[in-house]
Design a binder for this molecule. Structure first.
Ligand code: AMP
Ligand code: MG
Length: 407
């Protein structure tokens, strides 16, 4: 049986990154950049005022009460027609291009007689560069401003917009089909009959998929019946990824691995040393259109499905999108309460993680096992305990992993 680390290596080896696509700038939020971006312009493109005020030569302001002759008044978008010489000033607004010779801007609040043609500066001095930006001070043409692989969020998108990059080369969102399996399942909006439960995994997986910047395609419920499973699996294999929940363990009706292999999905691994989630299945399928699909069979237990998604599916989705290796896999935190671990496999334990006093704190939630979704709903991450028997004490260092990461 593979360890978690070996399973992640297998996923990295199997999942081939999708080729880059070009999309309009307004459609790339949340997607990774497929090429580095080199600035073609300076920012700001000209010496620019950061305040409403008066452009000055800082050497002129050598005492309180200096008077300056006003040459012109400019608003943003207007271009100076003069340059500054000794004793002169130009009125500017935030964003105005500054006249040549300017090396500081005095705020309008620090001036009297602003309406007249001779203003009086009420401060004793001003440092060169104050309240202005020089051309290219933020970035210069020719500089690489974003590396390939950077996740495009609002700030990066604004940068691309300023550089005039109207179309961006990105790795597109993978499409992920979800198929819940189980005779006991009914849709969320129905009342379960005797022995039945709601298909809660589907809604959770949709949320996880969307959080991982992928597109979820729910296929509903398949009964534990060969023909129905086969038909829905074939439908799911038209997506980049197919995630099944349930039917991969050792029960009489756990038919999923056998059907996957029958339809031609190559098994990469089945079972990983972890708790919860040991029965997890992963495979790869070469489609007739020459593209690849990747299949995860997640155990049906909601917590197992959640943990396996965060550990394995998220990694695979990231590989598909050209994935830089995650370096946030584990972080060190301090345990907030005593905790006993007794397991032959590493345990991924739902945990409330918080920050205070410059440290990360981890508080294992009250939890009665992999079917306990109520306990898990208090958690925002997990502690990764090594296998073995150990009585952890408050303050002990543990390794944690956040869920729903925004990184
Ligand atoms: P299985 O992996 O099919 O043996 O299922 C393990 C446990 O998870 C059983 O108690 C199932 O009833 C439950 N389960 C399976 N699929 C789902 C689902 N989609 N939503 C909620 N619980 C499920
Ligand atoms: Mg089942």
């Amino acid at each position: 049986m593979l360890s978690v680390e070996q399973a992640l290596v297998a996923i990295n080896k199997t999942v081939i990154p999708v080729s880059a696509t070009r999309l309009p700038l307004n459609e790339v939020a949340g997607l990774p950049l497929a090429e580095p971006i080199v600035a073609t312009v300076d920012s700001p493109p000209f010496d620019k005022s950061l305040m409403d005020g008066f452009a000055v030569r800082s050497c002129d302001i050598d005492r309180v009460g200096v008077e300056l002759d006003l040459l012109e008044r400019l608003t943003a978008g207007e271009v100076p027609s003069v340059s500054l010489s000794a004793g002169k000033t130009v009125q500017v607004m935030t964003g105005t291009q500054l006249p040549a010779g300017t090396d500081a801007v005095v705020k309008i609040e620090d001036v009297s007689g602003a309406e007249s043609n001779r203003i009086r500066v009420e401060i004793a001095g001003i440092a060169p560069g104050r309240n202005m930006l020089h051309q290219g001070e933020s970035l210069q043409a020719g500089e690489t401003v974003l590396e390939a692989g950077t996740l495009l969020r609002f700030a990066q998108i604004r940068l691309l917009a300023e550089l005039g990059v109207a179309e961006v080369s990105i790795f597109r969102r993978p499409e992920v089909s979800i198929l819940a399996t189980g005779n006991e399942l009914v849709p969320v909006d129905q009342t379960p009959g005797p022995g039945q439960i709601r298909n809660s995994n589907e809604s959770m997986l949709i949320a996880q998929i969307e959080n991982a910047n992928a597109k979820a395609v729910p296929l509903g419920i398949a009964r534990d019946e060969v023909d129905e499973l086969r038909a829905k699996i074939l439908q799911g294999l038209e997506s980049d990824f197919l995630i099944l929940s349930g039917g991969v363990s050792a029960g009489v009706l756990d038919l999923v691995p056998k059907i996957l292999q029958e339809v031609g999905v190559r098994q990469v691994f089945h079972k990983v040393q972890l708790k919860p989630g040991k029965p997890v299945w992963f495979g790869q399928y070469s489609r007739e259109d020459g593209k690849q699909s990747y299949v995860f069979g997640l155990p049906g237990n909601p917590v197992s499905a959640l943990v396996c998604f965060e550990l394995f599916v998220r990694e695979a989705l990231s590989c598909f999108q050209g994935g830089k290796k995650r370096d946030d896999f584990l972080q060190t935190a301090f345990l907030q309460q005593a905790h006993l671990v007794k397991s032959d496999r590493p345990v991924y334990y739902p945990t409330e993680i918080s920050f205070s006093e410059g440290k990360i704190w981890a508080k294992p939630v009250r939890w009665v096992g992999s079917a306990d979704i109520r306990g898990t709903s208090r958690a925002n991450g997990m502690i990764c305990f090594p296998a073995g028997e150990k009585s952890y004490q408050p303050g002990d260092e543990v390794q944690i992993r956040f869920w729903h990461t925004e990184l």
